[in-house]
Design a protein around this ligand. Structure first.
Ligand code: ASP
Length: 340
């Protein structure tokens, strides 16, 4: 048991092979994760709330083009961007979320405003943008979300007439189109593509998230995503849905997920971790492992989650080969990892 404040983050899961990862690329991802953890850790160290720590961590993840959220989000079938985000305060069970927003620079900030300044929990599309505008949030032209790498990825997904999980097209964009391609081949995938992501094209998930425990013993979680490449306009995944992609309750745990959203929705994955703890007396680690390693695979659900409980236990399970992830306790150096 460790009750010091702690924050954990994720930046997507998939078949991330150590042998396929150029050391420079690996260093870039690890540095991004460490820097963002340090920012959240600083808030907690200064006595800030878990809610503030997860908000800031996810805002930074949204601004980082490596990850499928905010700047760097994937394209819809219409060549547009539709972003989803959610946040929940374990202290009060208050929650806020937005989905299908196209011009709000940081969807997690819009979700936070919904939590704090609205009687509602979830806003969609134009209504979400009107709310964000009334709250004075920063708007950007849709082109802000464009990255050449994601655009190439979308063109390939569109050509294949399928929707792809987050960075799936990144490897395709570099000419690698089979999960069975060898590691060396995959390592070349980053050339001119997404930040050299050596991820199996058929087994990748994106999305970003954060969970935290603060010095007061309160929990919070936040999740943000661009969704899946070439998704139908209007499609919404698990990320903005309280209970599926995000959940926090001081009585149990805080959870943020990444993976095949439809399956996480069907499993009510984030809440299921909390429910197993609350009603079944499971530990955080056992509940999270059951959801990720047993329940989700039954319906072909791939991905992972990050979770923290009120005692400061942290778990980061995933059923793919890797997940960009890390955690940082106040007073300790951040711990970051990619592979299984
Ligand atoms: N869960 C996200 C969604 O379905 C995608 C992901 O995590 O990659 O929108």
């Amino acid at each position: 048991m460790n009750t010091s404040p702690v924050i954990a983050i994720h930046g997507g899961a998939g078949t991330i092979l150590r042998t396929a990862m150029a050391s420079e690329t690996e260093a870039q991802y690890l540095a991004a994760l460490s820097g963002i953890l340090a920012a959240g850790q600083k808030i907690l160290a200064e006595g800030g709330s878990a809610l503030d720590a997860v908000t800031e961590a996810v805002r930074l993840l949204e601004d980082c083009p490596f990850f499928n959220a905010g700047h760097g989000s994937v394209f819809t079938a219409a060549g547009t961007h539709e972003l989803d985000a959610s946040i929940m305060d374990g202290r009060t069970l208050e929650a806020g979320a937005v989905c299908c927003v196209k011009r709000v620079r940081n969807p997690v900030l819009a979700a936070r405003r919904v939590l704090e300044h609205s009687e509602h929990v979830l806003f969609t599309g134009e209504g979400a943008e009107a709310f964000a505008a009334a709250q004075g949030l920063e708007f950007v032209e849709p082109g802000y979300f464009h990255t050449d790498a994601r655009h190439r990825q979308w063109l390939l997904a569109r050509g294949a007439q399928r929707a792809m999980l987050d960075h799936d097209g990144a490897t395709l964009a570099a000419g690698v189109d089979k999960a069975s391609d060898n590691a060396a081949h995959q390592a070349e995938a980053g050339e001119g593509g997404l930040p050299h992501e050596p991820i199996d094209p058929n087994r990748k998930h994106g999305t970003v998230g954060a969970v935290a425990l603060d010095v007061q013993g309160h929990l919070a979680a936040a999740t943000s995503t661009g969704g899946v490449t070439n998704k139908q306009p209007g499609r919404v995944g698990d990320s903005p849905l309280i209970g599926a992609g995000c959940y926090a309750d001081d009585a149990t745990c805080a959870v943020s997920t990444t993976g095949s959203g439809e399956m996480f929705m069907r499993m009510v994955a984030a809440y299921d971790v909390a429910a197993q703890m609350r009603y079944g007396g499971a530990t955080l680690a056992d509940a999270a492992a059951n959801v990720v390693m047993e329940r989700l695979p039954r319906i072909d659900g791939r991905g992972g989650l990050i979770a923290v409980d009120a005692r400061g236990n942290v778990t980061l399970p995933f059923n793919t080969e890797g997940m960009y992830r890390g955690y940082a306790r106040v007073g300790d150096a951040p711990v970051v990892a990619i592979y299984r």
